[in-house]
Design a protein around this ligand. Structure first.
Ligand code: ZN
Length: 267
């Protein structure tokens, strides 16, 4: 079953009047599971990942078509990932229904200095808060200038708290890529959100998955040799092994192992 971003990409392609040609795109055969050229496919490396948090991606027009889009990687790992194409003049009723669903506590992730202070939060309730709600992170998947416009022109977001991220506030989280002003890659933002929700293993796994994807993507794009023993590969394998050894504990402190009796944790 293709995930939410894969389906959105297929929908967007179907609406294209002419074929989308990525900058520097090649005519080599690409894997439908990961979008990489088949020689660099990462599908077999996809790690297990449990999280109680959800992700809601609002994707700017051609974002789902970009081969380097990292929203795809979020959907690879976070089971409850929803993806919607953004439009100024209309909104998908399914998006409104998701934001109103009482099982979720939505947060719009956006820099706090652009928002009225009373809306801004810097902490997230645990993966399941005392009211039984799970965090749903609304991510604007776009360039920075597009994201600002999307934020201003989406009145259905106005009532939601704004989660303002400061990578330094999360101890132990290493932001490896230089931040371009306010703009991080979408999968990095999602990893920070998971960390704030207390889901450290999922956060680290998503971060490592992004690194492995980037390694394969750049190797294919630049015709460089692919190192399958890179630090990123080893980190991803280590996280998967940890998960296999301790399927509940590794996922985080709070109810992360949905559906399993608590007694299994103490074995
Ligand atoms: Zn693949």
């Amino acid at each position: 079953m293709p995930h939410a971003v894969s389906r959105l990409r297929a929908d967007r392609l179907a609406r294209s009047a002419k074929p989308f040609l990525a900058r520097g795109g090649s005519r080599r055969v690409h894997c439908p599971g990961c979008r990489l050229v088949t020689s660099h496919c990462i599908c077999a490396l996809r790690p297990p990942c449990d999280t109680r948090a959800g992700m809601c991606l609002l994707m700017h027009d051609i974002e789902p078509l970009k081969p380097s889009n990292t929203g795809w990687l979020i959907a690879d790992l976070v089971a409850d990932t929803h993806a919607f194409g953004w439009a100024r003049t209309e909104v998908d009723p399914a998006l409104l229904a998701l934001l109103a669903d009482p099982q979720w506590q939505p947060y719009v992730v956006f820099p706090g200095e652009f928002v009225a202070p009373e809306r801004v939060v810097q902490q997230v309730a645990p993966a399941v808060d005392s009211a039984g709600k799970r965090p749903l992170f609304v991510l604007l998947d776009a360039t920075w200038s597009e994201a600002r416009k999307m934020f201003r022109k989406s009145p259905y977001l106005d009532a939601l708290p704004v989660l303002s991220l400061h990578p330094g506030q999360v101890s132990g989280y290493r932001l490896r890529r230089a931040a371009h002003g306010h703009h991080f890659r979408t999968a990095e933002v999602a990893a920070l959100c998971l960390e704030l929700a207390g889901e450290s293993h999922a956060a680290e796994t998503l971060s490592a998955w992004l690194d492995v994807f980037s390694t394969h993507y750049l190797s294919a794009k630049r015709n460089l040799p692919l190192d399958r023993e890179s630090a990123a590969h080893q980190r991803l394998r280590g996280l998967a092994a940890l998960k296999a050894a301790r399927p509940c504990d590794a996922a985080g402190p709070v109810n992360s192992c949905s559906g399993r009796p608590q007694a299994a944790n103490r074995a």
